[in-house]
Design a protein around this ligand. Sequence first.
Ligand SMILES: NC(=O)c1ccc[n+]([C@@H]2O[C@H](COP(=O)([O-])OP(=O)(O)OC[C@H]3O[C@@H](n4cnc5c(N)ncnc54)[C@H](OP(=O)(O)O)[C@@H]3O)[C@@H](O)[C@H]2O)c1
Length: 330
Amino acid sequence: MSENIQIRLKNRPENAPVAQDFEVFHGQIPVAGAGEVLCRSLYLSLDPYMRGQISGRHISGAIHPGDTMRGETISEIVTSDHPDFKMGDVVMHQGGWQVYSLAEAAELTLVDHRIEPVSLALGIMGMPGLTAYAGMLYLAELKAGDRLVVSAASGAVGSMVGQIARILGCEVIGIAGTDEKCRWLVEEAGFSHCINYKKHDLRGRIEKYCPEGIDVYFDNVGGETLEVVMGQLALGARVVLCGLMAQYNTDVVPAGPNPATIIRARATVRGLVVYDHFDKKQEFLNKVLPWVEQGLIKYREDVTEGLENAPDAFVRLMTGKNFGKTIIKI
Ligand SMILES: NC(=O)c1ccc[n+]([C@@H]2O[C@H](COP(=O)([O-])OP(=O)(O)OC[C@H]3O[C@@H](n4cnc5c(N)ncnc54)[C@H](OP(=O)(O)O)[C@@H]3O)[C@@H](O)[C@H]2O)c1
C-alpha cells in the first residue's frame, strides 16, 4: 500500500452513530523521525468506550470532529529507529483508525507470543479479557457455587466473565439479544442458561433460573436490565458495574435501579475501570491462556475486512448487531 488511510470523526452523533458520522481520508504515509517507529496496522479493535469518546463523555478524553478516531491496534513494524524494535516485529499500541501510524518505543509492547490467533490480544486476551478477569477475581469476591448473571453476555467481556466464573465453579446465566447468541453461550461457552431479553420476559426468566436469588451480577448494560436483575439479588449479593450499553447512544439518562434493592439484599456494588488493573496483565495471561489452550474457554470474533468498513462495523457494535469481539482486519 502506497498511501495512508484514516477514518476521522465528521459529526458528533446525538443518538446511535451512523456511518455518515465518519469520513475516510487518503494521505501520505508518515515519515518516522529520530527514535520513532513506523507501524502498519494489521488489526484494529472497536470498543463501546469509543462512543463515549466521540461524545466527550469518556474518562480517556474526547475525540472532536476532524480528529482521527483513536483505538488499539496490532501492528507490524515497517521501520524502526529504536534498538528495542526491528522491522517485522508485531506490537500492540494506540495506532488509531488508520493503516500507518508513528509511535515512540515506550508506547509499544510486543504481542505475547503465546496468544494465538494474534487478534485475541485485542479481545479475550486483551483489554476486554482483563476487564472480565479483574472483575471476577478482584471485585466480585466469587465463591464456588455462586449463581452469577452477566449481561451483554456474548461479547468479549461478557463471555469471559461467564466462562471464568464457570471454570471457578459457579452457575452462570447469560443475558443476550438474539437466539443465536444464547445458543452459542449455552452450547459452546457452557453457560447454564441464557435469556434472550428481546424475546422473553426477562423478569420471569430471572425468577425461574434464580429462585434463590443472584449472588453476583456483572452488569455491562445499565438501564432496564440492571433494574430487573437487581430485583432478584440474594442476601449478600455482589454487583459489579462495568458498562452502560443502554445509555451510550443517548444524552438522556434512563431511569436507574431502585437503591432499595441494594439495601434489601445487603449487596455490595463495585464500579470497574480496567485501567486500575493493568498491573495484573501478566498474572491474567499466565492464568487464563492455559484455559484457552485447553479449550476450556470459547470465543467469538466479529471480524470485518478493510479499514474503510470500520464505521459500519462500529455502528453494528453500538446497535447490538455484533456477535463477539469487534475487530477490523486491515
Ligand atoms: N469498566 C471498564 O473498564 C470496561 C472495560 C471494557 C469494556 N467495558 C464495557 O463492557 C461492555 C461490553 O463490552 P464488549 O467490548 O465486550 O462489547 P460487546 O459485548 O461485544 O458489544 C456490546 C453488546 O452490548 C449489548 N447490548 C445490550 N444492550 C444494548 C443496547 N441498549 N444497545 C446496544 N447494545 C446493547 C449488545 O448485545 P445483545 O445482543 O446481547 O444486546 C452488544 O452486542 C460495554 O458496556 C463496555 O463499555 C467496560
